[in-house]
Design a protein around this ligand. Structure first.
Ligand SMILES: Cc1cc2nc3c(=O)[nH]c(=O)nc-3n(C[C@H](O)[C@H](O)[C@H](O)COP(=O)(O)OP(=O)(O)OC[C@H]3O[C@@H](n4cnc5c(N)ncnc54)[C@H](O)[C@@H]3O)c2cc1C
Length: 418
């Protein structure tokens, strides 16, 4: 029997951080929506599990009560800074804020397994009056119809029609490829592996996350992020074109680093792999692309919004969800779902995230020169003033833009004002 058609003002495909943020924001705006995910929650998502300040800012923006509830959760590690390891093994430690106090403040960032974090987010939509959440529903057929989209799931049980389709299906979104031409480009994409380990030693006392720029992964990196209960999220990531050019086998490179690299041997000597090592791709935001059109917007990874240097995508996905919901409200008020009108969504995303990703792309290319990274690490390590300035960059974007200018480093060397 054919499913009868249900009409909804908004349909969201995918209940990762992007889709859930859109649903939560729509709920708070009083706009009903249907959100469907092919998985049943809790479900894993291959990720580094680092939750940045952007996530915190946006949860608060959607509803301060959600942020308060997040702060109460025990499945997250509070993170106070970042440890970089240069190709020559030199270690640079930078607190996220020169002023923050790990004993008194709420941490600027966290690490939490996506199994827990995404389930927490989904629990928020389960409580929403205006949100209909369908899990275990695989969206397969999405077709343009007059004034909107027709959406059917794989099983044939569901058939919806909507004037606003929000695609938040993640890195492998077929809709984004088909309707916006967002195809994979190896120079704007990264390959990665993630594993969970127990008993990794040598973490910073204030749970710094670690990016280690070690050969042969440069300009990619090896990461170690501390999780609660003595666990760690460990992984490697590298731009896909470099993986091909250098003929790198990420599995072998990761295994070899853990077993043989002088920086890591001691720290992993009692470590135990928990579960499998798994791979996943990162569509990087180093090339601005169209992420909307008539009656639709594309959110999060589906819209290639991952930071090209750090791999951060959760915060960007949540930003896009919030903006898509706000744009939906404007479209409904103005009765305008045209491509030209919805383009305001692209403009807003580009204004907030575009400049930052452009800078990250420059830094990513800078990191491809190991001698430069070694030199800068040597310069920073011995200088408290430089570490304080780099700390300030976490919250001061204008200051951060200076990092790619040679003049900035010359001023630091000659102790001039920045
Ligand atoms: C190895 C790795 C490490 C990373 N590390 C970090 C990190 O430390 N910090 C960070 O901020 N970011 C990190 N990222 C990026 C981050 O994981 C993503 O940017 C983020 O998950 C994007 O959220 P999203 O909601 O757009 O997509 P996703 O989280 O991928 O969610 C998409 C959802 O859509 C559902 N879906 C897919 N197809 C369908 C369908 N046909 N029908 C219905 N539902 C569907 C999926 O089940 C899924 O729940 C990392 C990524 C990788 C691969």
């Amino acid at each position: 029997m054919q499913a009868s058609i249900v009409k909804t003002p908004v349909f969201i495909a995918g209940a990762g951080p992007a889709g859930v943020a859109a649903a939560l924001k729509l709920d708070r705006l009083g706009i009903p929506c249907v959100i469907a995910d092919k998985s049943v929650f809790p479900r894993d998502k291959i990720c580094g599990d680092a939750i940045s300040g952007k996530v915190i800012v946006n949860l608060k923006r959607i509803d301060p009560a959600i942020l308060e509830s997040f702060y109460e959760q025990t499945w997250k590690t509070p993170v106070w800074g970042i440890r970089f390891v240069a190709p020559n093994g030199k270690v640079v430690e930078v607190p996220f804020s020169a002023k923050s106090n790990p004993t008194a403040d709420i941490a600027p960032g966290f690490v939490a397994k996506r199994m827990d974090f995404d389930n927490f987010l989904v629990d928020q939509i389960r409580q929403c009056r205006h949100v209909t959440f369908l899990e275990g529903v695989d969206i397969e057929h999405v077709e343009k119809i007059e004034n909107g989209f027709s959406i059917r799931d794989k099983s044939g049980h569901y058939h919806f029609e909507t004037p606003m389709y929000l695609d938040a299906c993640g890195a492998h979104s077929a809709f984004a490829r088909h309707y916006a031409g967002l195809t994979k480009r190896d120079d704007h994409h990264a390959g990665s592996l993630r594993a969970y380990y127990s008993n990794v030693g040598g973490f910073h006392e204030h749970n710094y996350i670690e990016l280690q720029f070690l050969n042969p992964l440069i300009p990619g990196y090896f990461w170690v992020f501390p999780l609660p209960g003595g666990f760690a999220n460990v992984g490697v990531g590298m731009r896909t074109d470099y993986i091909r050019k250098k003929k790198i086998n990420l599995n072998k490179a990761m295994d070899q680093l853990i077993r043989e690299h002088p920086v890591l041997i001691e720290r992993f000597k009692n470590a135990k792999l928990e579960g499998k090592i798994q791979g996943f791709g990162l569509p990087l935001g180093s090339k601005p692309r169209p992420i909307s059109g008539e009656n639709f917007m594309i959110l999060g990874d589906a819209g290639h919004l991952i930071d090209p240097l750090t791999g951060e995508g959760i915060g960007h996905a949540i930003y896009s969800g919030v903006y898509a919901a706000e744009q939906t409200q404007i479209c409904m008020e103005q009765h305008n779902f045209s491509k030209e009108f919805i383009h305001a969504y692209d403009v807003r995303i580009n204004k907030v995230l575009g400049k930052e990703m452009e800078l990250s792309y420059k830094l990513q290319r800078m990191m491809a020169r190991p001698w430069l990274v070694n030199f800068l690490a040597g310069l920073i390590i011995s200088n408290r003033r430089i570490i304080d300035i780099i700390s300030r960059m976490y919250t001061d974007f204008d200051l951060r833009t200076k990092i790619v200018r040679p003049g900035f480093w010359l001023k630091l060397i000659f102790k001039k004002d920045i």
